[in-house]
Write a protein that binds this ligand. Structure first.
Ligand code: ADP
Ligand code: MG
Length: 715
């Protein structure tokens, strides 16, 4: 018996590779980088401790602690051109003596006036006594600093300066700006970066082969490190950056591809194809789409190959019918005498799958158990006993499953549904004798380029087709003035036999407030706005039994309008529900709105999604526009990427992107594409093992992913 790691992508990559693994850790190739940061001039013990807080322990850490921004001191302006918050250089003649003002005993304010042929600037310094000696009336200086402007009044506070006639050192060039911590100033950081670079520049060994650098126009390593910190021009900075980003992404992509190769080497349980599965497919009340069939065939191929363990991700938009594909894989597993686990992120979903799958597969001899956090201890023990004895063939459950030491007699398949919603627990300890096949399903459509790096170690199947009877959901973004009409519309639809969801505002970090808001709303609808209709309520604070009762009443059609928090966000399937109303839609991201809308449009009736939007902010309006315009999740994710704020992208945050030192997956999408082409070429042509020019790259890869790639011969 051994335990199995289930692939739950939240922190999945991080878990795989370790958090700091993306650093430029050439220590084996360039030992000097491994030396303590204290060997850099001007770094003593006390400062070294402060640097440690920034994760800087070695010289290598220091020089890969990249600037977050740059100050362009070459930018020079006339006084009349200055705008508020400018940071630039101005050449000024000082036209008054320096005055001193002491409002408090420990505060000394020095002021003077500078002028050029377009206007005056008040120059102010706090506690910088030396200025009285350095700055003389009637002389001309270059001042560099932040500008405050209000009308014609212009001021610079604490500007740095030098005489315009001397050689300019301080007020020229592009200066790096680093993220800091207490006790480390910007100028100190610049100084020690300079000192560290002086130790290493010229000595770093290039690891990227000539061929690669030429093909993708990648700068040399010594040039790149020098110019990422102290660029002589912005073009040089960009060239340096591109190379460093390329290298960082290439390492991860190659590491993942190698890992995939390694997984293929893990032998899997060999199953036989079963004609009963085909019979099952024929007897379904609907015809599988071509995409569903294709994906099932890919799964079947994996599971019957006998050569490798399946590690497959199914991507499919909401409503594309992933559950049935999983059911087919489960059936194949059980018909082969093995057990399967189906893990879902919420109890509502577990319950729903249990209700729909049990009768479906029951006819084929599959015995199913439901295991969630709400199952009583006694009941759990019984179920676990049944799993141990192979009385149960399929276990459907929430992450409660992950917390139990469930021991399987013959585990053959693990399915995780809507995996992006798993978060807290990362590791399922399911004791088993062999490596079960693994199937991960997600409704978060992300572009291929991103899936290749997020899931580079998995095989990917895409269900890119919706069942034929689906009509696109009609989506409207409305404001308060439409409320009465919306309620009338709901009444009309309910009279026609349909059902509606009303989603209450999202309250970040507080289930309590969210639940309360939902209760208030349900009450108001019941007593006033939708009086006479049967209204149900579900929220995260309810007991499981109560939630389950409400959901099953809704599924049966006994509840006409379901007021809910986002607990129904993923997976819930009630095809007769055709209206989705989202309150305060501006609080939701596009991914969530798309998921919520996916709760309707699941049957033959025309469905509607109504987004109440209270905000007039540009981003909110843009999101609403995207929702009303597009129904296709891939398209929406693409649009989202164009809109994105940093790190906040179509559900990807939940995927647990690795932390990069310099790359930014959104900003660097074009570089990522090149990286993927390069990586594919390297693997396909076995360049790592065969080409001398690639030896250093291979060594480096082995250092980075040492423990993970140990047994694989890199190819
Ligand atoms: P999702 O991919 O979002 O998990 P589900 O698996 O819940 O979607 O399927 C949504 C609905 O579509 C279910 O009611 C399911 O029975 C139905 N369905 C699945 N495949 C087909 C098909 N090929 N034709 C018609 N309906 C289908
Ligand atoms: Mg689903």
């Amino acid at each position: 018996m051994h335990s199995i790691n289930i692939l739950i992508p939240k922190d999945r990559l991080r878990e795989k590779f370790g958090k700091d693994r993306f650093s430029l850790d050439y220590t084996r190739i360039n030992p000097i980088l491994g030396r303590s940061v204290q060997s850099v001039q001007q770094v003593g013990k006390a400062r070294a401790q402060k640097l440690n807080k920034l994760g800087i322990k070695t010289i290598g850490d220091l020089i890969t602690y990249y600037p977050r921004n740059y100050e362009d001191r070459n930018k020079e302006k006339k006084v009349s051109e200055l705008v508020n918050d400018d940071e630039c250089a101005v050449i000024l003649k000082v036209v008054s003596d320096i005055s001193l003002n002491r409002p408090r005993s420990n505060l000394r304010i020095y002021k003077t006036l500078g002028v050029d042929d377009t206007g005056y600037v008040t120059l102010t310094w706090f506690n910088q006594d030396y200025v009285t000696e350095k700055i003389l009336r009637d002389k001309t200086y270059v001042f560099f600093g932040k500008v405050k402007r209000a009308g014609i009044y212009v001021e610079m506070v604490n500007p740095i300066f030098e005489e315009v006639t001397s050689e300019r050192k301080k007020t020229t060039g592009i200066q790096p700006v680093y993220p800091l911590t207490a006790g480390i100033t910007q100028s100190y950081m610049r100084m020690i970066q300079r000192n560290a670079l002086n130790l290493v520049i010229g000595k770093l060994t290039e690891i990227l082969p000539e061929e690669l650098r030429r093909r993708y126009s990648l700068a040399e390593i010594n040039f790149s490190l020098e110019n990422i910190h102290f660029p002589s021009s912005f073009e040089d900075k960009e060239r340096a950056r591109k190379r460093l980003v390329f290298e960082e992404l290439l390492m991860l992509q190659l590491g993942l591809l190698q890992l995939k190769t390694k997984q293929t080497a893990v032998s899997g349980i060999k199953m036989e194809k079963r004609s009963l599965v085909d019979r099952f497919i024929e007897q379904l009340p609907f015809r599988l789409t071509n995409a569903q069939l294709r994906v099932y065939r890919e799964i079947e191929e994996d599971m019957t190959s006998g050569e490798k363990q399946m590690n497959r991700l199914i991507q499919g938009d909401v409503g594309s019918g992933k559950t049935i594909v999983a059911a087919l894989a489960i059936l194949l597993t059980v018909l082969n005498g093995y057990q399967a686990v189906f893990m879902v992120p919420t109890e509502i979903l577990a319950e729903q799958h249990y209700r729909s799958i049990t009768p479906l597969l029951g006819n084929y001899g599959v015995k199913t158990a439901l295991l969630t956090g709400s199952v009583s201890r006694k009941e759990k023990e019984k179920i676990k006993e049944g799993i141990r004895n192979n009385e149960y063939h399929l276990v459907i459950g929430t992450h409660a499953l992950l917390e139990e030491d469930v021991e399987f007699a013959r585990l053959g398949l693990v399915v995780t549904d809507e995996q992006h919603r798993f978060g807290v627990k990362q590791r399922a300890v399911l004791a088993s004798k062999a490596n079960p096949h693994i199937l991960v399903m997600t409704a978060t459509p992300i572009p291929r380029t991103l899936s290749l790096i997020l899931y580079g170690d998995l095989d990917i199947s895409v269900i890119d087709e919706l069942p034929p009877d689906r009509k696109p959901v009609k989506t409207y973004a409305v404001d308060e003035s439409m409320r009465a009409r919306v309620y009338n519309f709901i009444r009309k639809m309910v009279q026609e036999g349909r059902q509606a969801y009303i989603i209450c505002p999202l309250v970040e970090e507080s289930d309590e407030i969210e639940a309360e808001a939902a209760m208030t709303m349900a009450k108001r609808l019941e007593e006033k706005d939708l009086k006479g209709l049967s209204i149900g309520l579900v929220h995260g604070k309810m007991k499981w039994k109560d939630k389950e009762r409400v959901m099953s009443e809704f599924a049966k059609g006994n509840i006409q309008v379901l007021v809910s928090t986002t607990v129904v966000e993923v997976g819930v399937n009630v095809p007769n529900a055709t209206i989705m109303v989202v309150e305060n839609a501006e609080r939701f991201g596009l991914a969530q709105l798309h998921q919520l809308r996916g709760r309707v449009g699941r049957g033959e009736h025309q469905s509607y999604c109504i987004l109440f939007c209270q905000s007039k902010s540009e981003i909110a309006l843009k999101r609403m526009e995207i929702m009303t315009k597009y129904n296709d999740g891939f398209k929406i994710s693409e649009k989202d990427m164009e809109l994105r704020g940093p790190g906040d992208i179509f559900g990807v945050r939940q995927h647990g992107l690795p932390e990069f030192k310099i790359a930014n997956l959104y900003q660097d999408m074009e570089i990522l594409k090149e990286v993927q082409r390069a990586a594919e070429d390297i693997i396909k042509n076995q360049k790592l093992s065969e080409k001398e020019d690639y030896r250093k790259l291979k060594e480096h890869l082995l250092v980075m992913f040492e423990d993970k790639l140990k047994e694989v011969a890199l190819n």
